[in-house]
Design a binder for this molecule. Structure first.
Ligand SMILES: [Zn+2]
Length: 360
């Protein structure tokens, strides 16, 4: 038996053996009472009238009532992190302004749906950071190529343009582009043939997150690792997928399943600890494996990294980390905000977590 436990037990024994306030308790316990169930308090002790056989007598009730332990609520690390990011709901004093323009062939219903979701996302993010410039948002359809290219030039020929138009192909898509003067533009492409799957709260949260990442990190956003940008957008998209916690959690579970299976497919070909460390440190934001082809590590591995980051350090600290990054770079900011270098955190905390999650 260890020493602390022995001491505890002996203290308990002394307490139990202490006489119960001799003047009252001794005379009251066992004394005759008139009605079963009645109680009385003497010197802070509660006595209850108990019937035993034919006899009614005062019995000292235990001062410490029995506590039935509640079944522990299972809150997974990732959902705890998502709840943390959801828990901010102050109405900010300044709300990010927005400038939405739709191309001539975009169905009005699609513009309305996207615009409606903007409201919540802008209020949410404005609690943390606001860009003095409006969020320039452009909605186009597959029939608006020329209109789009003209609007893109007006917005300063950012890094979307022809590249993004081709990337979306015959489908829909969302993008955030930066022009040379640092202006951030947002684009949605919807189809005239069917309702957009992007005109959801989930996807608007994702795209708007990129706008605020660039607002907080400024140019440093381009130096961040593969896991940061898309990973955080996926994390926020899942956490805020619906106003209802239950619905958001079920969407988040689906998004995580996809993430876990994609990372597993990729890591399965390599030694997992080394493979993960390599993916975290050596795959850049511009790498095709990060955001163009499977396993889309920025989105998949990135979501898991961001949930652990928030779980370990809290969402508000992650915001601090973002805002401090332009000063001396994201790595210095990581160090000073979280008190550990990114590489040490990967090795000590993140990789063991990822290995456990990927085994599910
Ligand atoms: Zn994205």
């Amino acid at each position: 038996m260890n020493k602390r436990l022995t001491t505890f037990l002996s203290v308990l024994a002394v307490l139990v053996l202490l006489p119960l306030s001799p003047s009252n308790a001794a005379s009251q316990t066992g004394g005759i009472c008139s009605k079963a169930g009645k109680t009385k308090v003497i010197s802070g002790k509660t006595f209850k009238c108990i019937k035993s056989g034919k006899k009614l007598s005062w019995i000292l009730t235990p001062s410490i009532s029995k506590v039935t332990p509640e079944a522990p609520k299972i809150v997974e690390t990732w959902w705890r992190a998502m709840l943390d990011s959801r828990s901010f709901s102050q109405v900010p004093t300044v709300i990010q302004s927005i400038d939405i323009k739709s191309a001539p062939n975009v169905p009005k219903s699609e513009t309305d749906k996207i615009a409606a979701h903007f409201n919540d996302t802008l209020i949410y993010w404005s609690q943390f950071v606001v860009n003095p410039q409006p969020l320039y948002t452009t909605i186009v359809s597959e029939k608006d190529y020329e209109w789009y290219m003209k609007r893109w030039q007006e917005l300063g020929s950012d890094n979307t343009g022809q590249y993004w138009w081709d990337k979306t192909g015959n489908g829909e898509g969302g993008a955030v582009g930066w022009n040379n003067s640092g202006q951030i533009n947002m684009y949605f492409k919807v189809l005239t043939t069917r309702p957009s799957t992007l005109a959801t709260r989930e996807h608007v949260f994702h795209e708007v997150t990129h706008f605020f990442q660039a607002t907080a990190l400024k140019d440093e956003v381009n130096n961040t690792p593969c896991w940061f940008g898309e990973g955080q957008a996926q994390f926020i998209q899942s956490a805020h997928a619906d106003k209802s916690e239950t619905v958001a959690k079920s969407i988040a579970i689906q998004n995580r399943k996809w993430a876990i299976s994609a990372v597993n497919k990729y890591i399965g070909t390599t030694n997992s600890v080394d493979g993960l460390f390599n993916a975290l440190t050596n795959i850049s934001r511009g790498d095709v494996l990060c955001n163009r082809t499977e396993p889309l590590l920025g989105y998949t591995l990135g979501q898991l990294v961001n949930e652990k980051l928030v779980a370990d350090f809290t969402w508000i600290k992650v915001i601090d980390f973002m805002k401090k990054s332009p000063e001396n770079g994201w790595q210095a900011s990581f160090n000073s905000t979280f008190g550990i270098s990114a590489e040490d955190w990967y090795k000590k905390d993140l990789i063991p977590y990822l290995i456990a999650e990927l085994k599910i």
